[in-house]
Ligand binder design. Structure first.
Ligand code: FES
Length: 290
């Protein structure tokens, strides 16, 4: 073949045109609905806890004296804190936050890193390039535009995935600490341990996020890469075990990615429903407590 000559595949032309006979559109359509709902929910909740004038009836966190609003269930000082607002930042109570930024919901600071981690994840890229950008529409399905420039320009940000991964790993101990706070009940000098439904919801959230983060392709490379000998030294054997563990999780990375996202949102919704009288839910203590 002479250099420079390309032979286009014999594909049908026109958005969505294809010779495929299966229901190829179902996956991307379901994915765009799923991701769309998750993004809208997280954005709405972030705005809900802010003190925008337009949401003045909603604004709970930013106004001094509002406490933690619908961000956390308080049961005898055992906090069940929403992962969207963890670590807890109540703007009016922290002098390090400039006054002119105090109208912003804490979620908008906190979610930068988890959102960056998911947004640059290899699996999510595939999902949302297809679902939202039609790049491609599907395998062997014609898309609305011809050009393809790869992950260049603004999309170079995808190269930051490894660094978002480091930040995301830091959230795991923070969220584990939230589970710990949820089992410590206090009243005056009295202290007791207890487990509520909220504790279990938080715990499952940490497990799901751990499965997602430790199965990350970048994490797998960090623990297993740059290694020529996996049996000769103790460090080599540890690396091998970690790599095998990460590989096991990586095989189901899609499932971890999708289910953990749902569970983060459900955890937040549970806490919201238990703290807003509109729903009338309460967090049932299953064992112990005060
Ligand atoms: S590749 Fe999905 S989280 Fe890193």
């Amino acid at each position: 073949m002479s250099k420079g000559i390309t032979f286009p595949l014999p594909m049908k032309k026109g958005f969505g045109a294809t010779d495929r006979v299966d229901q190829w559109w179902k996956g991307p359509t379901a994915m765009s609905a799923y991701l769309g709902i998750m993004i809208l929910y997280a954005t709405w909740r972030g705005f809900m806890e802010a003190d925008f004038w337009i949401f003045s009836d909603f604004g709970l966190s930013a106004g001094v004296g509002h406490g933690s609003g619908t961000m956390a269930i308080e049961e005898n000082h055992a906090h069940v804190l929403s992962p969207l607002f963890s670590p807890l930042i109540v703007p009016g109570e922290y002098s390090w936050m400039p006054r002119h930024l105090q109208w912003i919901s804490p979620a908008m600071f906190i979610l930068i890193f988890p959102a960056g981690f998911r947004g640059t994840c290899y699996y999510y890229r595939k999902a949302y390039y297809r679902a939202f950008m039609q790049q491609p529409t599907g395998c062997a399905v014609s898309k609305p535009w011809d050009e393809y420039s790869g992950e260049t320009g603004l999309l170079l940000v995808q190269n930051l995935h490894r660094y978002f991964m480091y930040a995301a790993l830091a959230y795991l101990p923070i969220l584990s600490f939230d589970v710990w706070l949820s089992i410590n009940f206090h009243q005056g000098d009295a202290h007791a341990y207890g487990v509520s439904v909220g504790t279990l919801v938080l715990l499952l959230n940490v497990i799901m996020l751990t499965g997602y983060a430790l199965g990350c392709h970048a994490f797998r490379h960090v623990v297993g890469g740059s290694s020529n000998d996996w049996s000769g030294t103790a460090m080599g054997r540890v690396k091998y075990r970690l790599w095998k563990f990460s590989t096991k999780l990586n095989e189901k990375h899609k499932e971890w990615a999708l289910y953990s996202l749902f569970w983060v949102m459900f955890t937040d919704f549970y806490i919201y429903a238990c703290t807003d009288p509109l729903f009338g839910w309460s967090d049932i203590v299953l064992w112990g407590g005060l």
